[in-house]
Write a protein that binds this ligand. Structure first.
Ligand code: NCD
Length: 310
């Protein structure tokens, strides 16, 4: 039933249809149920995942690796550019060709936009983009949609606000592509200097997505069913002084939630810096650690689908 993704690369949020997302989420739910009964099938036995991470990561790399292990597969990994032949000047294409001989599927994170695409063109096994610079992060976006579905019970007729660094944030770039497949109102909340790239906003409008932009978090909060907070991507700024101007600009706190009397679902791809104070963690809507957990099941589904074992 899931053969549709077999052998495919996962590179960009815009590559998915609603139907495809539905299939991924159904399989993720199946894995979640089986995991609760300790009955995850050893579907990936005999298969190898290679994780190539040329940028820092905790969740994305470990959750892909944990997902592979849980399905009884094996993992090999490069955890930094310094310890691989990239440090000797090897091209990404050559690395991808080489690793294709060792592994059945490759997950890559790299600082350059388009890097996963480049690796995919050279690889002979499926390549999954785990973040290409300020570009895309499609698997995070799928687990985000899965989380919204789980938290709200629906993906229709809701309002989702995306808050913070919409310019450099690859998770939101991928997420809005997926959300535009549903009847969802989108509110983009950012300072002027970190607005969603024009091309993305335009393509969403062409798809008749309902998009508004503001710099006022409180105003957006009052209208939102879901608040998706993001970290200001300090490492992407050319001048630290520009970062200093916007850092700490949007903070969700317990006093703010009390003042507005709103209990939206609060999400964050993590890591958080100061966007969500820890006094929010016990609010019923604080979904960011459930979101982390959902990532395991979604990534299990994706690994199983692209390698064709389901
Ligand atoms: C994000 C990333 O690396 O893009 N984290 C993640 O993968 N969950 C978000 C971030 O670094 O701010």
């Amino acid at each position: 039933m899931s053969r549709h993704l077999k052998g495919k690369h996962i590179l960009h949020g815009n590559q998915f249809s609603r139907e495809e997302l539905g299939r991924i989420m159904t399989l993720a739910t199946e894995f979640e149920k089986k995991s609760e009964r300790n009955e995850i099938p050893p579907l990936m036995r005999g298969k190898i995942l290679a994780t190539l991470f040329f940028e820092p990561s905790t969740r994305t790399r470990l959750s892909f690796e944990a997902s592979m292990h849980r399905l009884a597969g094996a993992v090999i990994s490069v955890a930094s550019a310094e310890t691989s032949s990239a440090a000797k000047g090897e091209t990404l294409a050559d690395t991808a060709r080489t690793v294709s001989q060792y592994a059945d599927v490759i997950v890559i994170r790299h600082p350059m936009i388009g890097s996963a695409q480049e690796a995919a063109e050279a690889a002979s096994v499926p390549v999954i983009n785990a973040g290409d610079g300020a570009g895309q992060h499609p698997t995070q976006a799928i687990l985000d949609v899965y989380t919204i579905q789980r938290e709200i019970g629906s993906l229709e007729n809701i309002t989702v606000s995306l808050v913070g660094d919409l310019k450099f944030g690859r998770t939101v770039h991928a997420l809005v592509e997926l959300l535009s497949l549903y009847r969802i109102k989108l509110i983009f909340v950012s300072p002027d200097s970190l607005r969603m790239p024009h091309e993305i906003t335009e393509s969403l409008r062409q798809k008749e997505a309902h998009v508004t932009e503001t710099d006022d978090l409180k105003e957006a909060l009052l209208l939102s069913d879901v608040l998706y907070m993001t970290r200001i991507q300090k490492e992407r700024f050319s001048h630290l002084s520009d970062y200093e101007k916007v850092k700490g600009m949007y903070v969700i706190s317990d006093p703010l939630l009390r003042e507005t009397k709103k209990e939206p679902v609060i999400m964050h791809p993590l890591p958080r810096v100061d966007e969500i104070t820890t006094d929010v963690d016990n609010h019923p809507g604080a979904a960011y650690f459930r979101q982390v957990r959902n990532g395991i099941f979604v990534r299990m589904a994706l690994l199983a689908m692209v390698t064709g074992v389901v």
